[in-house]
Ligand binder design. Structure first.
Ligand code: SF4
Ligand code: SF4
Length: 183
């Protein structure tokens, strides 16, 4: 990777200019999962600023990008209004595209894919389909299986998905997203 290549792509795809980060640390201080992360949010920004190929590779292989909850606490606290959740999302896409996903993020990636599959098929989340797809991808076939009957009886799980009307618009949205991932 050329110097600063990843930060340039982050700028193009998310409109976040990482150079504007002045390392105040407020994002890390407010992040609810910072203590579980291998690279904390302010350090993610610092590593992107460095433009160093090894740091950029380390970021794409990190667990942090998969632990981010997209809660936006960092964004709301940042004095420069830098949208870190958007940056994290882009880094996840790159990590997937380059086959650099951290080994401990396997279940998170399986969930991420199942969630998107459900939205792509129906235009909205179908919980039952999500659970089945996730179990098939993750191999965690029996995880939480005892909670299913209770959820059925309370009407929280539906056998058939609800569909949106504008399926063509949905297709277009995912097609554009695929194009962005490749760029
Ligand atoms: S809060 Fe904003 S300016 Fe401060 S370290 Fe985080 S990203 Fe940088
Ligand atoms: S959006 Fe991600 S990085 Fe930002 S505070 Fe939430 S979990 Fe932390």
């Amino acid at each position: 990777m050329d110097k600063n290549e990843l930060s340039k792509k982050v700028r193009q795809q998310t409109d976040v200019n990482v150079i504007e980060c002045y390392q105040c640390g407020k994002c890390t201080a407010g992040c609810p999962v910072a203590d579980k992360m291998d690279i904390r949010p302010s350090v993610v920004m610092r590593m992107l600023q460095s433009g160093d190929a090894a740091s950029e590779d380390e970021l794409l292989r990190s667990l942090s990008i998969w632990l981010c909850l997209t809660c936006e606490t960092c964004y709301s606290r940042c004095p420069m209004e830098l949208d870190i959740p958007k940056v994290m999302d882009y880094l996840r896409q790159r990590s997937l595209a380059e086959g650099k996903v951290h080994k401990d993020a396997r279940d998170i990636v399986a969930f991420h894919k199942s969630f998107l599959n459900s939205i792509e098929s129906n235009g909205r989340l179908h919980e039952m389909g999500l659970v089945i797809d996730y179990k098939l991808h993750s191999g965690n076939l029996l995880q939480d299986v005892t909670t299913a009957p209770g959820m059925f009886s309370r009407g929280k799980l539906h056998i058939l998905p609800e569909q949106i009307k504008d399926k063509k618009g949905l297709k277009r949205l995912f097609k554009n997203q695929d194009k962005n991932k490749k760029s």
